[in-house]
Write a protein that binds this ligand. Structure first.
Ligand SMILES: Cc1ncc(COP(=O)(O)O)c(C=O)c1O
Length: 411
């Protein structure tokens, strides 16, 4: 953990403020223009009127990703939790998710559903459809698939599995503005797709999120739930909407995001990929030909131990050269986090959900080491860099550092 914090801090000095104003995510006249409109309108929350800033942002975002409808939220987490509720998952049901990050599992336990973790592929870091299939049980209700770090999972295969098995498919697109599979934007394959606009994402509103869908009937039910009309909503909904001020920033950011993803994040990603080209003991991430990546987070894996190289030496040299790489990402799969095993405010039984009385009688599922062996091994080997505040000159400097590091290891 100490190492992670330290490398995060060291990476920060690479932020080039002059470059940032031009080519990285930035705030300026566009945002101020829309914000002025909101202030003049003297309405701070409005998701009903078609001319509101929130509706304009929702409609523009839906159009950008090719969805029928979009619903602006205060965070992606709210969208994921709401999606679990809409799926009908609850006590005694399982929600299958992937374990590199914990957000899908967290969304499931809000509604006392049991997160069940499918493994990822060693080369793409995304959910392995075979493992998804192997984790489907009579209790499965929904799947939350993460398109990790701007790269689509094998979403057509996953969608087909979900259709065949009658599972509600939720796409976690938190990292994915501009990411497609066979030319179609992620978030539009399942019933719901959820995007994040938190500070460290390609499009930021400070905090915020967007749920998209191609199912208009589902959208009407969800919108109807938010807009309290005196009737019982169809499901337990999450009333965490976006306000007009946030939407004004979002609309302005949306107009810039493609240029920044293409012009900077995809370039910095390529610069770092090039730095490890030809190195036999650092393996680049595989991008399937169907996937168009939206640069967000660069990643590769350490394989040097197989040729007798020392990882400790590698990390010490990296520190000496002050490159700013992050090792191991979170180090462990999500099910190793104690909060999946301990009782929380949302759960009343110790060791819920996997030992909850609704569940144990039906399943022997446990969160134990060995549950997703590929993820367990992968996470120890990950070498990553968040690209959001990395300028092209800073990426070039970092790439030069990586080249030197490789040379010194091979000397
Ligand atoms: C994959 C993934 N899903 C969901 C979230 C939650 O997003 P938010 O902070 O907007 O709630 C994050 C945040 O980093 C994330 O990385």
């Amino acid at each position: 953990m100490a190492n992670k914090e330290k490398t995060g801090q060291r990476a920060h000095h690479l932020i080039d403020t002059k470059f940032a104003a031009r080519e990285l995510r930035s705030l300026g006249e566009k945002e101020l223009g829309y914000l002025a409109e909101v202030m003049r309108g003297e309405t701070l929350s409005n998701y009903i009127s078609e001319s509101s800033m929130t509706r304009r942002f929702e409609d523009a975002f839906a159009k950008r990703v090719g969805a029928k409808k979009a619903m602006a939220k205060n965070a992606a987490m709210s969208g994921l939790v709401e999606a679990v509720s809409v799926s009908g998952a609850g006590p005694g049901f399982e929600v299958i998710c992937d374990p590199i990050v914990h957000f899908g599992g967290l969304a499931a336990i809000y509604f006392n559903a049991v997160p069940r973790f499918a493994d990822v592929k060693r080369d793409t870091y995304n959910m392995d459809p075979e493992s998804l299939l192997a984790n489907i049980t009579p209790l499965s209700k929904a799947v939350i698939v993460t398109h990790m770090w701007g790269q689509s999972a094998e979403i057509e295969t996953i969608r087909d599995i979900c259709r065949e098995k009658g599972l509600f498919l939720i796409e976690d697109c938190a990292h994915c503005v501009g990411s497609t599979w066979n030319g179609r934007h992620v978030g539009t394959f399942g019933q719901l797709g959820v995007f994040s606009f938190q500070e460290f994402k390609q499009l930021s509103t400070g905090d915020g999120g967007m749920t998209v869908t191609t199912d208009e009937k589902l959208f009407e039910q969800m919108r109807g739930a938010w807009w309290f009309s005196g009737e019982s909503p169809k499901f337990v909904y999450i009333n965490y909407r976006m306000n007009e001020v946030t939407a004004a920033v979002g609309l302005a950011q949306l107009e810039k995001v493609d240029r920044i993803v293409e012009g900077t994040y995809n370039k910095t990603l390529a610069i770092l990929d090039k730095a490890i080209e030809g190195c036999e003991w650092i393996r680049p991430r595989t991008v399937p030909r169907q996937a168009k990546m939206a640069g967000y987070w660069w990643a590769c894996t350490w394989e040097g131990d197989k040729g007798g190289l020392s990882y400790e030496k590698f990390k010490a040299l990296e520190e000496e050269l002050d490159i700013g790489l992050r090792f191991g990402f979170n180090f462990y799969p999500a099910y190793e986090f104690p909060f999946f095993r301990e009782s929380t405010a949302y759960r009343t039984q110790p060791d819920c959900p996997v030992r909850c009385p609704f569940y144990t009688s039906k399943s022997n599922y446990r969160y134990t080491w060995g549950l997703t062996p590929v993820t367990e091994e992968l996470m120890q080997r990950l070498i990553t860099v968040n690209l959001i505040f990395l300028s092209i000159p800073a990426a070039e400097k970092m790439a030069e550092g990586i080249r030197q590091l490789i040379k010194r290891m091979e000397k």
